[in-house]
Design a protein around this ligand. Structure first.
Ligand code: TYC
Length: 109
């Protein structure tokens, strides 16, 4: 054993590989907010929701509503967790107030 190693052992010091602290670069996950189709919620009501909750222009809101109507579901927007959760809660609350069965969900994108 070298003199140096002996010294280290006596001092309770060992050679350790130390990794440089890397800057935190992880992006927060994003979530798609989805509207689901049903047979009862009026088209006009869905368009109003897309305008008021998701800030869409009427033409875009109408396109998205028709996509949900024909394909079964559609994306209203992509947000961080907190904002997505808030949008879902807002849609569900307004739909409930008006007694429409409209469903809104979120999924990681
Ligand atoms: N399918 C509904 C109707 O014919 C319209 C509708 C569109 C409902 C989108 C829900 O997320 C929805 N009145």
């Amino acid at each position: 054993m070298s003199e140096h190693e002996q010294d280290n052992e006596e001092n309770g010091v060992f050679d350790l590989a130390v990794e440089e602290a890397r800057p935190e670069v992880k992006k927060p996950p994003l979530y798609r907010v989805l509207l689901l189709n049903d047979d009862y919620t009026p088209m006009e009501f869905v368009v109003d929701i897309l305008e008021s909750v998701f800030g869409m222009e009427r033409t875009r809101a109408t396109q998205v509503m028709l996509e949900v109507h024909t394909k079964g579901k559609g994306v209203c927007g992509v947000y961080n967790y907190e904002i997505a959760e808030t949008k879902v809660a807002q849609v569900m609350s307004i739909a409930k107030q008006h007694q429409h069965p409209l469903l809104c969900t979120m999924e990681e994108s």
